[in-house]
Design a protein around this ligand. Structure first.
Ligand code: FAD
Length: 306
């Protein structure tokens, strides 16, 4: 690995953009923690921050409340996730209109998973949008918005093959998707191969790697199994024996994710989307490692005047 040579590069951080993903809090305590996280990450001037949408629209109000708070009480650009699950086209169109009326101009459009869980068979609402591509079209029908979609470097777990996945991704682009964000992965070769295949399939939008800092190895490994992301043996070995040692676990997690991101930068990647799990520390440390530093609230005019 060449990270030591690389991390001394004076231009590290130049041209690198990050975005952060949050989930809507369920309780007052979780709301407080999310807001602390938002405020700690805000000075890093992310490109945007996104807020997930629960199965079957279960978090509709909480997602709306969270994006609205970010929009009105921070300098950040919030993106609202939306899904097609258990909702008619009319209901989904209404939710889009509500977000637009609030001032939201950035969306993450997803088909979503059935309320029974990630592995269950997906059945579209009889009068609903049946996939991510149709949802992108519905959002773009209401305006010229920024619409991100999901992409799967290891294939969507329910997809028969990569060709079907690329076909769906191409339909999303044709309907107006402006960016794809990947499911998390730990093997950068898989991502690089995926992007190459996407380009060969005529898909030219940015495909931003989704980075999952390993806050809790057991939880991340279990979620990875359900969503089709491979957990390499070397990763399991790094966290082996750290289950009851949160401090060392966090240090190793920061090192592992920084290594992954630095390697991707070396391969020419400039944008990164972090799944924060509503925690700031790992995302902040990794950003520091790649040269992203807090920006003054007024865009640096104090320093310029000094
Ligand atoms: P689609 O792209 O519509 O479909 C996924 C795949 O299924 C396709 O690539 C295709 O291979 C196959 N497929 C679909 N329809 C057909 C068909 N008719 N025939 C054959 N094959 C078909 N989930 C949430 O509930 N809330 C969130 O906020 C959320 N945020 C996410 C953010 C990111 C960045 C990512 C990567 C995932 C997120 N998810 C979220 C999970 C996502 O909803 C699931 O992965 C879901 O199973 C697929 O959604 P999609 O938009 O990729 O679906």
């Amino acid at each position: 690995m060449s990270q030591f040579r690389f991390s001394r590069r004076p231009d590290l951080g130049d041209g690198v953009r990050v975005s952060f993903e949050f989930f809507p809090p369920k309780s007052e305590a979780m709301e407080t923690r999310l807001w602390e996280t938002v405020k700690r990450l805000e000075p890093l001037a992310p490109h945007f921050v996104s807020v997930t949408y629960g199965a079957g629209g279960s978090t509709r109000e909480r997602t709306a409340r969270t994006v609205n708070r970010i929009l009105t009480q921070s300098r950040l650009v919030p993106a609202a996730h939306m899904t097609c699950v258990d909702a008619s086209r009319g209901q989904v169109d209404e939710v889009i209109a509500e977000f637009v009326a609030m001032g939201i101009r950035n969306f993450v459009a997803l088909r979503g998973d059935p309320a029974e869980g990630v592995g269950a068979r997906y059945r579209p609402h009889p009068d609903g949008y049946s996939n991510g591509a149709e949802l992108v079209g519905a959002i773009r029908k209401q305006g010229d918005f920024d619409v991100s979609v999901a992409a799967y470097p290891e294939k969507h777990p329910q997809s028969p093959d990569f060709a079907t996945d690329f076909d769906m991704l191409k339909r999303k682009v044709d309907n107006g998707a402006t960016r794809a964000i990947t499911q998390f992965f730990f093997d950068n070769d898989l991502y690089e191969r995926y992007v190459e295949r996407a380009r060969r399939a005529g898909i030219y939008i940015p495909i931003v790697p989704g980075i999952q800092p390993v806050h809790n190895f057991k939880q991340v490994a279990s979620f990875a199994t359900r969503c089709g992301a491979h957990v390499p043996a070397w990763l399991a070995e790094r966290f082996d024996g750290l289950q009851d040692d949160p401090q060392t676990h966090a240090l190793v997690a920061a090192a592992v994710a920084s290594e992954q991101v630095l390697d991707l930068i070396e391969r020419g990647v400039s944008d990164f989307h972090f799944y924060t799990m509503n925690r700031a520390d790992l995302a902040f440390a990794i950003c520091h490692m790649i040269g992203i530093r807090p920006q003054p609230a007024n865009g640096g005019s104090d320093a310029a005047a000094a």
